[in-house]
Write a protein that binds this ligand. Structure first.
Ligand code: G3P
Ligand code: CA
Length: 264
């Protein structure tokens, strides 16, 4: 199911719970993904790295310090070592019970049948790619029979091209932030950015919401490119982007996304 067909059927953007629902529970933990499901998000978003022994690890940063309080890069640890760490160690609510860093398989097992998933493939701290991560992601998505309910998203466009080659049915979405648009000039040459995305064959962009204007949105739509925005955490901005007609809205607050649907 393509995101645009969903939108057509629902006549509203897909509601995506960012890092599971990072505003409500420790980001990228099963506790967060349960929040996303509890508030009926259409999809959950997760960030993906790879351990030293090739396991698919769900956490945002390539370095473990900010989330777990333990220094070091994910690719230097085995899965067993990573599972000793507490992904709630630095969470604002100190009464939160310890959380394990999940694997991609843990998350797919939890959300399958309840929500779609946006899998963001990250790169290492030195900007190099995790060798073989794309094939492992395709295998996991196939294993959980979620080809129609998953999208791979990334700031790293070669990663997306590899996914397209491995499994053309798996939707991909090119993430664009301020440095991407800045390449086209300070005043952002919309035409050039849209042409760049279109010429690389991408059918979907996920843009930092502060970069998305009506004009840029219309330019992408004129090339039949779907547009999503992240990370939209206020009710006013949720309403603004829904009115613009975006295909998905990613938020740390799946509760606000649900409230918007109930209020509409
Ligand atoms: O959903 C896209 C968004 O998550 C990209 O930014 O840094 O939160 O992974 P980041
Ligand atoms: Ca992300």
């Amino acid at each position: 199911v393509e995101f645009d067909q969903d939108r057509h059927a629902m006549n509203r953007p897909l509601r995506v719970a960012h890092r599971g629902g990072a505003g409500l529970a420790p980001e990228n933990t099963l506790a967060a993904f349960r929040q996303g499901l509890a508030f009926k998000a259409d999809a959950v978003e997760l960030d993906l790295h790879m351990s030293r022994d090739g396991a698919l690890i769900v956490t945002h940063d390539p370095d473990l310090t900010r989330v777990t309080g333990t220094a070091g890069n994910i690719h230097e640890f085995t899965l067993a070592q990573l599972q000793q760490l507490n992904a709630a160690a630095t969470y604002k609510d100190k009464t939160m019970e310890p959380q394990r860093i999940p694997t991609l398989q843990d998350v797919l097992e939890l959300v399958r049948g309840h929500a779609k998933v946006q899998i963001e493939i990250k790169v290492r701290a030195d900007d190099t790619r995790y060798a073989g991560i794309e094939a492992k992601v395709v295998d996991a998505v196939r294993h959980y029979d979620m080809i129609d309910d998953a999208a791979v998203i990334s700031f790293d466009f070669p990663t997306l091209r590899d996914i397209n080659a491995l499994e053309p049915r798996l939707q991909t979405c090119a993430l664009c932030s301020i440095p991407y648009f800045a390449r086209f000039g300070l005043r952002r040459d919309h035409a050039k950015a849209v042409e760049d995305i279109a010429s690389q064959g991408f059918r979907c962009v996920g843009a930092k919401h502060t970069t998305m204007t009506e004009r840029l949105f219309r330019a992408f739509r004129a090339r039949d490119i779907q547009v999503g925005v992240w990370t939209v955490n206020s009710e006013a901005d949720i309403r603004k982007f829904a009115a613009m007609g975006v295909h998905f809205i990613t938020s740390d607050r799946p509760d606000l996304l649900q409230k918007w649907v109930l209020d509409a």
